[in-house]
Design a protein around this ligand. Sequence first.
Ligand SMILES: [Zn+2]
Ligand SMILES: [Zn+2]
Length: 409
Amino acid sequence: MRIIIGGVPLRKDELWQAALSSIHRLERIDKGDVLSSRPLPLMPKQYYASVAQIEQRNLFGAAMKAQAYAALSATTPLEPFELQRRDVRPSDVLIEILYCGVCHSDIHQARGEWGNSVYPMVPGHEIVGRVAKVGGSAKKFSVGDLVGVGCMVDSCRACPSCKGGEEQYCGGHLSLTYNSTEQDQKTPTHGGYSSHIVVDESFVLRVDPKLDLRAVAPLLCAGITTYSPLKHWKIGEGHKVGVLGLGGLGHMAVKFAVAFGAEVTVISTSRSKEADARRLGAHHFLLSTEQDQVAKASCRFDFVLDTVSGSHDLNAVLGMIKLNGNLVLVGVPTEAPPIHPFSIIMPRRSVSGSAIGGIRETQEMLDFCASRDIVSDVEMIRMSQINEAYERVLKGDVRYRFVIDVAAR
Ligand SMILES: [Zn+2]
Ligand SMILES: [Zn+2]
């Protein structure tokens, strides 16, 4: 077999396979056909169109192999994995990943705890990197720019949520960064525990180089997950805010709520968190295992952000919220917590939830962080330490987010 595309002779079957999967009209072409970017006299016309598509789609970038860590099953540790990234389409950017945060949801999904896991799975949705290549029609970024990618890499772009800039609530198909599929609903997506990723520029964020890039990574999930509800409920000066749980999400909630001017109380079951809560800017600390402290806080808060993913009593938390106040859940306990109707009837209180933020709001959050010098508190690891890091996350033994230095060996 000898194939010539754009004047470059190709012999490898894998490139041919890449061509077959990328170019929809290639099913008309048999192995052994000779293609050329220059029309050959005897070549049927549709072959020329295919050649044009091949060149336009930059097929020769298709051989991009990324070095990753993947879960191959729910019960085995993550292990080194070679990943084929898609070719850079006209509106794509190729990103060389520098850092990737380790989110608790990575562990849930790698271990099949949400019942929707597909293997092999390369987790990671707190990605910071450098643009290595831009597609022909991509306008937002240049090679060398510092960028971020969060929990989603595409959406239907046509539903009311997408049109309103809240792609995270897409009513069509939302392409999550990993353990999901591209808009064709077939091609699996793989995340940031990886040397490279290819993403449509519409889902790529600008990162200010003046920030500590390692500590920017967790902003892409933990940051926006806490920033978005505080903005949505217009939290600011004059509000009493409770932050339930001081982990990866909670520590960012404290930083944002303080930056917005609220009076912030960390509510925790662990006395050992008090010093850190105050260092992060919290004005008060409430030990929720002490009944008298909980009783004294009756009807105190305008707003409580619940970041806890373990089982806990929501009725007790609701008791600390005042008339017309809100309890907003961003943590996901494995068992659904019961809520007594009286907990929300007397006085009138609301329970809501919130998921990450849209692309526009995520950029706003990153810009806000740059203007106020806000980043996450992180502990750095190498990719090969990921399994150990998972165990430590499960024990709550991290201040406050692990971040993989992707290039470190
Ligand atoms: Zn996350
Ligand atoms: Zn949509």
